[in-house]
Design a protein around this ligand. Structure first.
Ligand code: CP
Length: 307
């Protein structure tokens, strides 16, 4: 792969996606060893710049970079001069002086990682920008799906707030690129029309489509400017995996995915978390291997003297 940055998945060729997923396999194998580290990025610096909260993505990138032997700095936005009004540009200019090789950025503004990428020779990876993209989430989802279904053509039903979801955008894009079939289910106001993607507004109707995997999105109250459904209780009743729907899922051996963090009692009932075909923890584990592959394959364009 000859890319400097990873900003979305729409612009990646299928072959580039496969190269990242293939590279993640030996990195995942490494997790079984007592020493889980390789020297691939020794001497390189990874800067983490998260303007929005994160548990999985932030810690996963940190672990991934450290397993590649990179030095990692987590820029502590809430305790930085950002709260004194420093602009993103000034922050980046300041951080440039630290000569990071990789910048991993999460921001509420769509397109901001791309702007930063144009300002720096460092490789920039989007860790989520507004409702635009969350490319490494899409890649780790694809890696997980490929582990259970190496053959393409399987059907994935993505359920929830598609409109506000960068996960839905990146994950559906990469699933389709790899030849899986995707459908959306959710309240009409939250499910956009996308050519080539089936659109359902009722669970029963979506169930008749016979999906192999049910991918539940987190209800993102923080990204909605308006109320799109009467209450979370009502959402659970209409679109969540209730106890009754869970029995259906378990009886038919469907797989369940969710990017996290989970709102229990909203997207799913408690029983789903203990179901042997719920892939949530495997998605997190795979996220480290996939992020190692991304950092390993990107090519920063920094003019430096190599020692
Ligand atoms: N899936 C995901 O992006 O989770 P975090 O917000 O915890 O990083």
């Amino acid at each position: 792969m000859v890319r400097k940055d990873l900003l979305d998945l729409a612009s990646l060729e299928r072959q580039e996606v496969e190269e990242i997923l293939d590279q993640a396999i030996p990195f995942k194998d490494l997790f079984q060893r007592s020493v889980k580290k390789v020297p691939a990025l020794k001497g390189k610096t990874v800067l983490m710049l998260f303007y929005e909260p994160s548990t999985r993505t932030l810690s996963s990138f940190e672990v991934a970079a450290k397993r590649l032997s990179a030095d990692v700095t987590v820029f502590d936005v809430p305790h930085s001069s950002v709260v004194k009004g420093e602009s993103v540009k000034d922050t980046i200019d300041t951080l440039q002086a630290m000569q990071a090789d990789y910048i991993v950025v999460r921001h509420q503004m769509p397109g901001l990682p791309g702007r930063i990428a144009r300002m720096t020779g460092a490789s920039v990876v989007s860790a989520g920008d507004g409702a635009h993209a969350h490319p490494t989430q899409g890649l780790l989802d694809a890696f997980t799906l490929r582990e259970i279904y190496p053959e393409s053509g399987k059907k994935v039903l993505i359920v929830g707030d598609i409109r506000h979801s960068r996960v839905a955008r990146s994950t559906s894009t990469v699933f389709r690129k790899l030849g899986y079939e995707v459908a959306f289910l959710g309240p009409g106001s939250l499910v956009p029309d996308v050519p080539g993607i089936k659109r359902f507004t009722s669970f029963d109707e979506a169930w008749r489509w016979n999906p192999d995997v049910v991918y539940l999105l987190r209800v993102q109250k923080e990204r909605q400017g308006a109320q799109y459904y009467p209450s979370v209780g009502e959402y659970h009743k209409l679109y969540g995996v209730t106890e009754e729907r869970f029995r259906l899922i378990a009886d038919e051996g469907k797989w369940v995915m969710h990017p996290g963090p989970v709102n229990r009692g909203v997207e799913l009932c408690d029983a789903v978390m203990d179901y042997e075909r719920t892939l949530i923890n495997r998605q997190v584990e795979n996220g480290i291997a996939v992020r190692m592959a991304v950092l390993y394959l990107l090519k920063p364009k920094l003019a430096r003297m190599e020692s």
